[in-house]
Design a protein around this ligand. Structure first.
Ligand code: SF4
Length: 441
């Protein structure tokens, strides 16, 4: 947003983790089960340079807001470090912590619930000045009047209550309150997503003007790529608690590297008529649970470019079907009984009699896979399904894993360094090992 850029990092986040442990049920405690953490933020690292706006974008539930709250120390981290102006935020106490709380502020998403309905606008904006005992009563009152004018409200409105204002005006009050202590840094957590489209641009322009006027540094959290593009200098893309790509905003929009970023951009409606008619690929599947994220690359269960083993020579659609089959075998998520009932096989204690195995395998294969496979793969799948029919689930899963396991599920790709890195095996060191592997079509 601002044009006067410094390269000096004001905020440096290093391997930040924030896990939540859900309350164990009585049964879990009786069984002695270990609590499983929800990995909301799982090892993110990035810098925010003085005077810039860094965007943090991703689908809902990806950990963006938790990252913002944890780096402001509104939540304590599970692990990792955040430096603000050279000091480790989690080591601060006493007056140093008070100073940090003055320097680093937040504007929340919902202007309807973030303001106390019992306090006048003047009291709301003045409260941080009272808490930090800044100035005399008259000076505080004068500062509040000035702040209201600066955010586009009238100083005469300071004795009114929040319900007397529109959504956009309430967000301006929230911004005035965040500015009261003259901070250096503000986390803007979805600052316009609760507002009408017509008001969003006004609030974004106001934030832009205030950044230039007060030399502010912003972390802008948003699920909305058009907001990010309008406002940010650089952008970090988050998926399931991790940063998967980071770079200058124009570069990332012009040349997205990570398949997740590509899919996010694909799903954005375009203004131009030519582009409006294009086939928009939407992201398939749901975001997996952060309690049990996929092994390796966390995007692999939805990635349209997942890397098959080099020698396979099958197309992406077929490979994805085989991966889904494998996952169902590993989860034991196939009902042999249903196939038995519907296709009239008599199962003996959950297994198929030897003489019926070939016919049962054929029936099962036709239910599980839509695609015709090359002969060699047909044979592999049938061998594994025959193990299933005999009740050997682990052996079936092992056979399929040996043939079809992807580097994407074995190794979690590093984000890497440089101006525009992406955490994907299609780039960097792993790509060298897979030289010649084109993204599968
Ligand atoms: S590492 Fe594999 S699964 Fe993950 S984004 Fe890259 S190609 Fe897709």
């Amino acid at each position: 947003m601002s044009t006067d850029r410094s390269e000096r990092p004001l905020v440096r986040v290093d391997d930040l983790q924030k896990y939540f442990w859900e309350q164990d049920s009585i049964l879990d405690r009786l069984l002695g089960d270990e609590p499983v953490p929800v990995r909301a933020v799982d090892g993110v690292s990035f810098e925010i340079r003085e005077g810039e706006t860094l965007g943090l974008v991703g689908e809902s539930g990806c950990g963006k807001s938790t990252t913002g709250e944890t780096l402001l120390r509104l939540q304590e981290p599970t692990d990792g470090q955040v430096e603000f102006d050279g000091d480790n935020v989690y080591d601060l106490s006493g007056s140093e912590l008070t100073d940090f709380r003055r320097e680093a502020q937040v504007v929340f998403q919902d202007p309807f619930s973030s303001l106390d309905p019992r306090m006048t606008v003047g009291e709301t904006v003045q409260q941080p000045l009272d808490v930090h005992e800044i100035g005399t009563d008259d000076e505080r009152r004068e500062r509040v009047r000035d702040l209201l004018e600066r955010v586009g409200l009238s100083a005469d409105q300071l004795d009114r209550y929040p319900h007397e204002f529109s959504g956009g005006q309430r967000q301006r009050i929230g911004i005035a309150r965040a500015l009261a202590l003259e901070p250096e840094f503000i986390v803007l957590d979805e600052p316009t997503s609760a507002l009408d489209v017509s008001v969003q641009a006004q609030v974004l322009n106001l934030l832009d003007d205030l950044q230039a006027e007060f030399d502010l540094t912003y972390l802008l959290i948003s699920h909305d790529l058009s907001v990010i593009r309008h406002v940010c200098d650089r952008v970090a893309v988050m998926y399931l608690g991790e940063i998967v790509e980071i770079g200058p905003v124009q570069e990332l929009f012009d040349d997205p590297k990570h398949p997740y970023t590509q899919a996010l951009l694909e799903s954005v409606p375009r203004a131009s008529t030519d582009e409006r008619d294009r086939d928009r690929e939407t992201l398939a599947g749901d975001v997996p649970s952060p309690r049990d994220p996929p092994s390796g690359c966390r995007f692999r269960t939805r990635c349209p470019q997942v890397i098959s083993p080099e020698e396979l020579e099958i197309d992406q659609e077929t490979y994805r079907e085989l991966m889904t089959l494998r996952e169902r075998v590993e989860r034991r998520d196939i009902s042999l009984e249903t196939v038995g009932d519907e296709d009239q096989f008599d199962l003996d204690d959950g297994t198929v009699p030897d003489e019926d195995v070939p016919a049962f395998v054929e029936a099962l294969r036709n239910r599980l896979l839509d695609t015709d496979l090359p002969a060699a793969h047909e044979e592999i799948v049938e061998r594994a399904l025959a193990e299933l029919a005999r009740g050997n689930w682990d052996e079936a899963a092992a056979q399929l894993r040996e043939e079809y396991e992807s580097v994407c599920e074995r190794q979690n790709p590093d984000l890497g360094n440089g101006g525009h890195p992406a955490a994907c095996h299609l780039y960097g060191e792993a790509a060298d090992r897979h030289e010649g592997t084109e993204p599968l079509q």
